[in-house]
Each structure stands twice: as structure tokens, then as C-alpha cells.
Design a protein around this ligand. Structure first.
Ligand code: UDP
Length: 335
């Protein structure tokens, strides 16, 4: 199945369009000949991420807080009357890095719960044939007791800790999608996104790879939290975009929840060593800091379902993706 089997000349609304993932989705859909209407309040998104799209006649960007339900409804009314239909909504608006959502806890839980419901309620009333895809997260698994994590695992999440405003709100967002799918007959789809990296990440957002890249640019040692034995898997943005849009396009995707990520698993310490090597620095140029509360110990997607349903497989090796990302940020990389 090709993305273009569904996505040609479609009218697509993307919330969080000027964020890291939203901007890449916008670019890819525009390249495939769709009309893309971006919505962002720039709380953590960056206008610069979509500036290069400004000249494209099929692109439009609105500044709107989608937690303001009245404002959101008025905007959706306007988009519908202008384009006559909305084929799909991709709901990607949310702070996503631990420091980002901890700085904006209320905005984070509202955009994933209230705004998810508002978007779906509007679609139910005005455009019930539209597809809706929700950006879920591997954080839904919390500190997992099952490894790797399949979609059928319900997770091990602290309901009241420093990550809860994100984890629990994303879980509630999934619940809301399920209600509209089962009870109200809408076409909702959920992608559970594991750690993703690439150009246009906010280097100040505190996530591991942006943080390391910033430290490399400053000639500083890489800060590893804890002893660095916790693990993560890293998916390059182009692979992730391919998976998300395949799920969105799939004729069998309605009501489905699908993990998307790269199953390659690295300890945080290995991650730091690889980053140093790719940047041509001594592997051990590392400094240890205390481990944050509720930092998940292990994370790795089971992508059996994505392989079967979407015929999708990540293609970009970690070191290759890092070279692309570091080059984007002006670092002289080694092969
Ligand atoms: N981490 C680290 N140094 C940093 C930033 C993060 O060692 O400068 C660790 C963090 O403790 C976690 C992992 O890297 O174990 C991934 O953190 P990130 O903030 O990227 O996202 P998470 O996967 O925890 O949501």
C-alpha cells in the first residue's frame, strides 16, 4: 500500500503542524499533492519549522489555541466552508518533551483530552465521514513490565507524578478516540509514537538527542542521567512519517492502535557514546547526573502489528539518521 493510494488531492487538517513531527507530515502531504491546513498556537511549535511552506498555494497555517473550543469550532467551520470538505484530521498538537510538558502541564492535559473531544465532537456534527488520527505515545506504557511493548499491553503508569500530565492525558485521548469509534461510528486511528528524532527538533527541549547535539555544539561533555543503563529506541523522522501516513491511508486502519518506532534498543550510555563517535569526539566524553523521577527503565516497540497491517519497516540505521540530524545542526560528522 502506498500513501498516495489515499492521499491525493485530500483536504487534511493538522493540529500542531509547526511542531517537529507536524511539520514533516505537512511537508510530505504537500509533496503528494494534498491541501494541508495547519493549526498551531506555537506553545512549543516553531513558526520557522513551516516557513519554507509559506509559498505553497496548497498550504495554509492558522494560529489557534485548540483548547479554546469556540475558537476551534469557528475555525473548523471556516475551513469547511472554504474547502467544502475535510477528509482527515491529524491531531498532533501537544508539548511532547518531558521539560516541555512539565512547563505546560495544564495545556498538555487539556490539548490531549478536551481538544481531542472538541475536534471529534465537531467532526461528528459536521463531517462524520472524516478520518481522525491521534498522536498517541509510548508513554502510554509508562515504566513497562512487559518488554518489548506490544499494543495489547496496558502499561504501568503513575497517575499522579511528574509525567502524568502527558501520559495520562494521552491515554485519555485514546479512550476518547475509542468512544467516538465504538459508540458514535467515527473513523479514529491511534499511532503510539516511540522516541523519534531528526531535523527540526527543538534543541532546547531537553530530550536526549537534542540535548546531546546542543552539548556537542558547545564542546561540552554529554550529560547522562542515572548510570545510563535505561534504554530507548530511536526512530528517524522519515521512517515515522511513512508509518503514520500509512496508518492514516490504510483501508484497514479504522479503530486500530499501532506502535510506530524503531525496535533497535540502546542504553542511554550507548546512545551518548554513539553520538560522540559520530561527531568525532572521544566516546567517553560524558558526565553523569541524577536520574529524574519516574524515568522509564526500558522502552522498545514491538512493531509486529505495523509490519503486518502497514507493511512498514523502519529503514534508517541509527548512526545514519544521527549524521543527517547533526549535519542539519552544523556539526561536522564522521563516517
Ligand atoms: N536523558 C539523559 N540526558 C539528557 C536527556 C535525557 O540521559 O540530557 C535520558 C533520560 O533520563 C531518559 C532518556 O534519556 O532516560 C530519554 O529521555 P527523553 O527526555 O529524550 O525522553 P523520554 O523517552 O524519557 O520521554
Amino acid at each position: 500500500m502506498q500513501i498516495e493510494d489515499f492521499f491525493t488531492s485530500k483536504v487534511v487538517v493538522i493540529t500542531g503542524a509547526s511542531g517537529f513531527i507536524g511539520s514533516h507530515l505537512s511537508e510530505r502531504l504537500l509533496a503528494a499533492g494534498n491541501r494541508v491546513i495547519g493549526v498551531d498556537n506555537f506553545i512549543t511549535g516553531n513558526r520557522k519549522n513551516t516557513e519554507h511552506l509559506a509559498q505553497n498555494p496548497h498550504w495554509e497555517l492558522f494560529e489557534q489555541d485548540i483548547c479554546d473550543t469556540q475558537g476551534l469550532n469557528a475555525l473548523l467551520d471556516k475551513i469547511l466552508s472554504k474547502y467544502d470538505r475535510i477528509d482527515m484530521v491529524l491531531h498532533f498538537a501537544s508539548p511532547a518533551s518531558p521539560p516541555g510538558y512539565q512547563r505546560h502541564p495544564r495545556e498538555t492535559y487539556l490539548v490531549n483530552s478536551l481538544a481531542t473531544d472538541s475536534l471529534l465532537a465537531w467532526l461528528r456534527g459536521h463531517s462524520p465521514e472524516s478520518r481522525f488520527l491521534f498522536a498517541g505515545t509510548s508513554e502510554a506504557y509508562g515504566n513497562p513490565q512487559v518488554h518489548p511493548q506490544p499494543e495489547t499491553y496496558w502499561g504501568n503508569v503513575n497517575p499522579n507524578g511528574p509525567r502524568s500530565c502527558y501520559d495520562e492525558a494521552k491515554r485519555l485521548g485514546e479512550t476518547i478516540c475509542g468512544v467516538y469509534d465504538r459508540d458514535f461510528g467515527l473513523d479514529t486511528r491511534i499511532v503510539r509514537i516511540f522516541n523519534t528524532y531528526g531535523p527540526r527538533m527543538d534543541l532546547a527541549d531537553g530530550r536526549i538527542l537534542p540535548q546531546f547535539i546542543q552539548e556537542i555544539r558547545r564542546g561540552q561533555p554529554l550529560t547522562v542521567y542515572g548510570d545510563g543503563s535505561q534504554t530507548r529506541s530511536y526512530c528517524f523522522i522519515d521512517d515515522l512519517v511513512e508509518a503514520v501516513l500509512r496508518l492514516a491511508a490504510s483501508p484497514d486502519g479504522a479503530g486500530q492502535t499501532v506502535n510506530c518506532g524503531n525496535p533497535g534498543e540502546y542504553t542511554v550510555l550507548q546512545t551518548a557514546q554513539i553520538c560522540n563517535q559520530v561527531a568525532g569526539r572521544a566516546a567517553e566524553m560524558i558526565e553523569f547526573r541524577p536520574l529524574p523521577t519516574d524515568d522509564p527503565l526500558r522502552r522498545r516497540p514491538d512493531i509486529t502489528k505495523a509490519r503486518q497491517l502497514l507493511s512498514w519497516e523502519p529503514k534508517v540505521a541509527f548512526a545514519d539518521g544521527l549524521r543527517v540530524m547533526m549535519t542539519h545542526y552544523g556539526i561536522d560528522v564522521k563516517n
